[in-house]
Design a protein around this ligand. Sequence first.
Ligand SMILES: [Zn+2]
Length: 327
Amino acid sequence: MEEQKQALSIAQKQNLYLLDCLDFLKDADETFKNSAFHEFAIQLLTTGQKITSKQLINDELGINDPRAVSRYMKRFITKLEENKALLWQSISPQKEHLLNRFPMIKVEQGGGNGIPNKYFIEPEDIISKTQEVPLHEKNEVINPIYISYKAEKLKRTPWYIRVCSPFFEKYRSRLAFMLPLLLIAFLSPLALIALFTKGLIGMELLIIASVIESYILFIPAKKLSFLVKNKAVLIDEHIGQPLSAICLSEITKIHSSDNKDIERKLTTLVIKGRCPICYSHYGYDNSVILEYDRIFFPKRVIGKCLHNPIEHQFSFDKDLMSGKKLN
Ligand SMILES: [Zn+2]
């Protein structure tokens, strides 16, 4: 399999890489759900030629004039630029695609007078936000202080995050959504107990209703309020979710320095980290997973090494995707 990938041309590798990027964006952004045009554009652009907006017109896909092409391409390019570092980390380019640089789509503006825009691919260096721990041979002495995390997209986002995601965009909608939710979530157990004490429901029904209530109201409300407060919440304890699954509340737009003017979006990821100590001693990779710092009243998400969970603990900075060894 590895040999097969080695044999691919740069253009083919760029093609596969950009299709994976599109796939990633599709999961994170509703506007990419209908991505047939973007797939078509990737196929043309990875021929290594400059492609004019006229060549990108595709009647079958409903993109029938240069303006529509420009709109769709601009959206794609903006999203690639915004998410470049995250995509580069998440889609492991060196391993799977053997690319050394990010295949960024660029545009050469036609500037009016009927001259069409031209699109092409230009590989770009990634200035990583993370402090990369370089590859080391086993037993080589390394600085065991820093860790960099790797993010993969979560395959199945929990239902309540999918449902609540649109309300998290703006401050006001977050507030308008969370207050009633918290109120209902905390009052409904009291209502059930009241029904039970008045003899309106039996013990069996009380137990069943409590389980359902905690699953559809209490746990989601608790998770979401944690997310509003801390901007990151672990979601890995649900059945079928992988360890170290996390939901992050990320900034998409800042209109002013006022906290109320910040737009956000929810992203669900699976995070793994390379413990610098275990990797250098045993070659044990990806042994660090995210957990809370304590079981009761957790405050902070940290990275714990599966091989040495007590001593090998690291901080987790979601924005830098890196951390430092904790004492
Ligand atoms: Zn370790």
